[in-house]
Design a protein around this ligand. Sequence first.
Ligand code: URA
Length: 216
Amino acid sequence: MSVNGYPRVAVLFVAAVCYHRNMTKSKLQQLRMLEQQIIRQDTCPQLRQQATQLVMGSGSVEAAYVFIGEAPGKQEDLQGKPFIGAAGKFLDEMLAAAGMNREDVYITNIVKYRPPNNRDPLPAEKQAFWPFLLRELAIIQPQAIVTLGRHSMEYFLPGASISEVHGQPQRVMVGDHQLTIVPLYHPAAALYNGSLRQTLMDDFTHLPAQLAPFNA
Ligand code: URA
């Protein structure tokens, strides 16, 4: 028996080796491959041309919780890491209120190039990066996902209003996977708004108790 002229047993052997190699790639290697793929496919060339670099996620690849913001800002674009500007410093404070720090969680954005002048990402830009975000999540395999702001929330909870659902875990199907999503306000929105700031602080403080039932 042969496949395209090659003995069937040889074809099966090569397929098994390839499959095994893929399965044994570390999460870091898989994330690196994902990054290369975003670059190779020239995802969102208009954003890429104006940005300094692609900003992938950072933190622990073994994290139980993934935090997803909207898109890199100026500092993130310059330094190549998510949430390191003013909103990122505020996020660090919020994480501390939840007894977490950024090395223990994984932080990323839905859109991975900085939109010019920090404008909101366009629907087409979010759509272009969405499949890559799903792949990123499939690599990390977190127990729960915390969305920061409406841009990442709307993809997991279409039609939801953040003022109604913030801080409350939701179980949703994304493709074939059931995921736990906790929608929170974006730190940048709460940074200079006293009452939103307190709301976000309260939501972060309650996060460990909210997530406990979903811990494996
Ligand atoms: N805001 C975001 O949504 N992401 C960042 O990385 C920085 C600011």
